[in-house]
Ligand binder design. Sequence first.
Ligand SMILES: [Zn+2]
Length: 344
Amino acid sequence: MQLPREVVVGKNTLDQIGAICKRLDFSKSALIVMGPKTMEIAGRKAMDILTDEGLKVDHLIVTSCNIKDIVFVEDKIDELKPQVILGVGGGTKIDVAKISASHKDKPFISVPTTASHDGIASPLVSLKGLDKPYSLMAQAPMAIVADTNIIINSSPRFTASGCADVIAKLTSVKDWKLAHEVIDEYYGEYAANLALMSARLMVRNARLLTTDREQGLRILLEALISCGVAMSIAGSSRPCSGSEHLFGHALDQIAPKPAMHGEQCGVGTIMMARLHNINWRQVRDTLKRVGAPTTAEELGMEKEHIVEALVRAQEIRPDRYTILDERSLTPETAKTLAKTTGVI
Ligand SMILES: [Zn+2]
C-alpha cells in the first residue's frame, strides 16, 4: 500500500513547495510537467521557489496524456535524471507526470490547479487516445500540494465536476459490495467506507460551495484526496469507480462532444442510484445545488447518446461486476430509466 507522505491543503500552500521538497530530501533537482496555462497559474512560481532553494529545475510543457506525451516525458527523465517529478495542472498534466515518474521509478508530487476529479491523489492514470479508455495503475503521489488560493480562481464548472466525482462514490461502493456478494470479489471495508464517507460529507456540505467557497473547496479537496487514498488502500479504482463511471466512459466514446469526467459520472450516479434503490433524488438535488449537470441537455448531449451509453456501459469493462450485470439494460429499459430520473 502506497500512501502520500505530505498532504498540504489551504491558502498559499504553493509557497511551501520548497520546504516540502527539502523535507522529503529532494534538494538537488526537479522536473516540472505542466501545461501552457498551468505554467502561468502555478508552474512558474513553483519553478522560481525551487530554484531559490538551490534545486536544478527543468520543465516540460504537455497538452494531452497519450502514449506520445508519456514517452516524451520519460525520455526527458532519462536525460535529465531529476530526483523528483512534479505534475502541475488539472487532469492530464498530473496524469502524464504520474505515469512517467512511475515507469522511471521516480517519486511524484501532485500540484493540482483545479479540483475537478479524484486523479489528483489516486495511484491511477486514465490513458486517452486509444480504442477505449484505459485506467492504469501507476503510483500514489509522494506529496499533494493543493493551494486553495489558486484553485478558487478556476472555473466553478471544474469544482462542480469534482463534487460530482465524489458523489459518484455513493453508487461505486454499492457496486463493489454487490460484486463481493455475488461473485465473491475482494471487498475492503476500510477503503469502501473512506470513499463512502467522502461522498456523504460532500452531500452534507454541498451548499458551502456557493455560500462559503473557500471552506467548501477545502472539504471538496479533502474528499477528493480521501478518495485517492481509498484507491491506494484498495490497490485499484474499485471503491471509486462503478457503473456510473462505466456510463461516463461510454459517453466519452459515443458523444460527439463529451462533457467533463465528473459531470458525466454525476449524471450516471443519478440513474445508477435508482437501479440500486437508493435515494436518487438526493443525488440529483445535490448535483443541482453545486451547479453540476443533471440532464442530457445540461450535459450538451442528445437523448439518444444517454440511452446508448446506458446500454453499452457494461461492455466498457466486462470484468467489473456492477448493478448493470444484474439489470442488463435494453434500449427500452434504458430509456425508461433515463426518463424516470429526469435525465432525458
Ligand atoms: Zn472519477
